[in-house]
Structures are given as structure tokens and as C-alpha cells.
Design a protein around this ligand. Sequence first.
Ligand code: PRX
Length: 634
Amino acid sequence: MKTSDIHSFAEYEKTYQISIAQPEAFWAEQAEKLTWQKKWDKVLEWDFVEPNIQWFVNGKINITENCLDRHLDKKGDKVALIWEPNDPDEKCIQYTFKELHAEVGKMANVLKNNGVKKGDRVCLYMPMIPELAISIMACARIGAPHSVVFAGFSSQALVGRVEDTKAKVVLTSDGAYRGTKTIPIKTVVDEAVLSCPLVDKIIVVQRTGEDVNMQPDRDVYLHDELKKVNAICPPEAMDAEDALFILYTSGSTGKPKGVVHTTGGYSVFVDYTFRNVFQMEEDDIYWCTADIGWVTGHSYLVYGPLIAGATTVMFEGVPTYPNSGRFWDVIDKYKITHFYTAPTAIRALMAAGEEIVKPYSLASLRVLGSVGEPINEEAWQWYNKNIGKEKCPIVDTWWQTETGGIMISSLAGVTPCFPTMAAYPLPGIQPVLMDKDGNEITDNEVEGYLCIKFPWPGMLRTTYGDHERFKKTYFSAYKGKYFSGDGARRDSRGLYRIIGRVDDVINVSGHRFGTAEIENAINQNIKIVESAVVGYPHDIKGQGIYAYVILTHDAENESIENVKTMINETIIKEIGHIAKPDKVQIVKDLPKTRSGKIMRRILRKIAENEISNVGDTSSLLNPQVVEDIIQGRV
Ligand code: PRX
């Protein structure tokens, strides 16, 4: 029995029409499917100019009651979470809904004992261990907004995020296993909190067992704290519009912003989109490979599947350990039916060759998914042929940290899938394409800036501590519309293909970085005067980072290798390994307009190797630099 609402193309079309004609009635109907402690007075209040968005006004709900408690009667003994460790020889851990409910209750009581109260922000800097999934739900249980920071970010990046939320409690682990490596985690937190005086408690999960510095009165081990609590923790009654979590994401400016999601609308949206996009049946096993440090892990590893009562798989390791067959091995091991991953992973595994896939059956698979960046035709075809064996629909799901959940996607097996196309807007979602003058393009066979013209329950409500920035970033480019920052094409059938970012955001392996953020980091290096960073097409990562740098007079004779090393060191310190540039070019000057603005358009063309087509350079202050940069390109 399918858990979805839409089972045929005709039903999709009909539902879509209804959802647009009567969005409030449509979303109220979806909200009714969840357990509320108090029903809402009004479905929606909104204003995209202010902007102010409220869904299910005055409703009271706890998301964990929906993820856990309400399944206990009928599915208490069903497996809710399967955890696959980094080392395939280590024992996996499975939690039934009953067990997960108890673990979340205990963890919630640990948080309470350590001074966390409703409304307090809690920062989580953890690897992919079950305690991470349990902790985010424990926070939600007691009404403490969680802020997960991907454990690949540096201590400096962690400082910025902890400071911004003013979290007093940080959850972490001693270390992390990733492939062959053991990575220190607690030491990163130790270094960060030196600059975060508000942090007075660090709760440490023992994962690798290595010695870590434990500061008396501040640092406690989770296993000691768990001895002091029981599993009973009633779900806090949260207002539908109370914050559920904050998640930092990069934009066009230097400082990442804290995207705020609230409780009621987010719960309804991730439940509805999960059930209808993936079309699962009761005994299916679903695996999303995303890290919980990113939004996909929040919405479609933890909350969406658990609200829907599905079995969800969490993986600690990397796709290439012990070899590039690991994903396929895990699929066979658990008889995964639904597999959701990123194009960058598909391309990396494709590069490892078809031979590696051959020994695996993959016969359990029924639905494949893609998320995080545009999937190129070659990767789509490879995924379809070698993994899906040409019998699994591929849902190419377009969405963003800000949207909370899937916005444009085929519904698996219900609406058709087309290579490289996200295709159909989900019911309740009203995408529009805008031209550069701010007019809506109503025809088909067009390209434009992708906006959404009506609110949806899962959308962000603000950027933490800075509502003006929220307004400026998302609602000022096109008046009265949410601007995604993406460009898209609508074909003759009205289906969407996402082209990619049109702002100064680079999507590296599905992870967003602002060019300004990377430049700020590079410029921290005392041997660098100025830098400009652009994205360029990269075979595996989707986009690579190309950095043009001007050295100080003293550093002029440094070799390119030394310059790269020092830039990498700076980036690793300021942001983390994931933001290291792929290419570095030393330049004497950067092309600038007369007002001093760097002409990134030209730098992008050079990085893309489109040197015959760099465009008009006559308006530059220093047109002669362009030829020098072309000559020196890498
Ligand atoms: O450019 C789009 C791209 O990823 C951006 C959002 O990144 P983030 O907030 O990190 O969330 C990623 C996971 C939802 C978008 O602005 N993107 C995401 N999914 C797709 C995509 N581009 C094309 N096709 C997709 N399916």
C-alpha cells in the first residue's frame, strides 16, 4: 500500500489545479494528516513585501510526536533508523520506532539536565552517527532550535555560526571516522569555543575513543549523562511558527546566513513532499546519502521519512571506502528500495568504471533520486542504466536550504521523468520565470530567473537575527516574489530544467559557497593583496573554484606551488577543506570597471576557457590586463 496521496498522472494534474485555485484549503487538508496538539485558527497569513509568512496560525504541534509517538501503536516494532558504520565490518545499529522514541526521550532529558530550555539554540557539530539524528529530534522534543554545523567546517566557520545563534550548548564527538581517516572533532570545537564565551556546556559523544581534552564543569560525556536520565520526556507544545531549526547557508555576501525554519509548516511540507515524490510502500527501505549537516539530511534523512513512518538509512562513511562499490554494497545489504543521492557522487562513481557495479545485484531498487545540483545527461544515463537497470524512475528534485523541501520534481512512477529535468512543480508550488527587467515571462520555451509567487508551508521565515537581510536577499530582486537565485528553462510542455545559479554562488559538489566568502578567506593571507573567485565547469564536482590572486610585493617571487599551499592553508582555517580552490592563477591585476568593481563576467569566461568570447572590455579601467590573464590561464 502506497503512503502517497497522488497515484496517477491525472491525479497529479487535478491536485495541482486544486492546489493553485485553493492553496489554503489544499494545505489545510495536508496538515490534517499530522498530529496537532491544538488546531490552527487560520491557515495562512502572508505578505511577500514586508515579508511576513505564517502558516497554521496558533496551531500547536511537536514534530517529534509526528516522527515517533504517533507510530508507536501500529509500528512500534518496525525499524525506523538503520545506521551503517564507516567500517563495513563494524556492526550496524537498527532502531525500531519504539527504541528511537526512547533514545530521543533520554537525549532530551540530558539536554534539560544540562540547562537547555525551550527557545535556547543548541549547536551540533557531529559526524554521521546515530546520536546526531537523535540529538536533533531531542532538541525539537523540548523546543530548542537546533543549528547543525557540517563537521567538515573549520573552527573559524564554527565560531561564526555559534556566535550568530548565541548557543550556550554544543554537542559533538571525540572524533570521526571517514574512510581510512580518523578525524579529530572535539579539538575543532575546543578551538572554536575559545572565541565563543557564551558556550558553557559541551556534550561529547564517544565514537573513536581517543583521548580528548575534557574541561571540568564545561565538558561532559554523553554516556555519563545518559546514566542519570530516563526515557520519559513529553513533547513540548510548540507554536506552529516557533523556530524548529537554523541552518547556515552561503549567499552572495561574505557571511553565511542562518536560514530559519519553523515547526508546523515545515512538518507538513516535508511529510507531503516525501510521501508524494518517493511513493514508498510500507515495507520499503529508503536511503538518502546526504549528511545531516546539510538541509537534505534534515528534511529527507530524518524528518520527512520518520513523519511518514518509513525506514530510513544513515551512513557514516564515504562512497569510496573500502572501495567505490560501497554504495552498491549497502544497497544489496539492506535491500534498499529508494536511493537518493547527489550528481557529484554519481559522477565520481561513474568515473570508477562500470566493472565495479557489476558484482552487485541492485535488484531491490525501485526509485532513484538526485539532488543538489543540475544532473548532466551523461551522469543521468549512467545512473539510469547501471544502477536503475532502466526500470527505476529517477526523481530529479529541485529545492534549496531556504525552501525546506522539494519544490520541483517528478513524482516517482506517477509523472514521467526526463533526463536532466526537474520537470513538474509540486502541488501547492507556483514557480514563475522573470526577465531581467522584472517582468514575468508567461510563454513556454523560455529561460528566466526562477521565482516563486505564492508561499508554501516549508519556506524559510527569516534569516536569523537579520530580517532585513532576508527581505533584501529573497524579496527585493522581484517585487512580491521569492527569488531563488537560480536560472531555469521552461519547455514547450511547461516543464522546468534548472540551469544553475545566476548569482555569485558557486555550487561545488552540491555545496554552496559565496564567491565573496571564499575571497574574504583568501584575503586573510598576508601575502595576498586581492583575489577574485569564480566557478567553472568541473567533471566531478559540477563546478570547481578558480581563484585569481594578486600577491604582495614581498611575495612576488613565490612559486605557484607555495602560493597554492598557503591559500589552501588559509581556506582550511577559515572555511574548511571543502572550499579549497581547484585552480589558482597569480595575476598582476584584475579587470575592473571605472568604479572599481571586478568584472567577474570576464574572469568566468577565461576560467571556462571561452577566451575567444570574453565580451566587450572597452568599459574597463584596465583593458590590457585581460590579455595577460588569458595568457596566464591554468
Ligand atoms: O542551484 C540550485 C541547486 O542547489 C541550490 C541549493 O543548494 P542548497 O541550499 O545547498 O540545497 C541543496 C539541497 C536541496 C539551488 O539553488 N540545486 C538543488 N537541487 C537541484 C539544483 N539544481 C538543479 N537541479 C536540482 N535538482
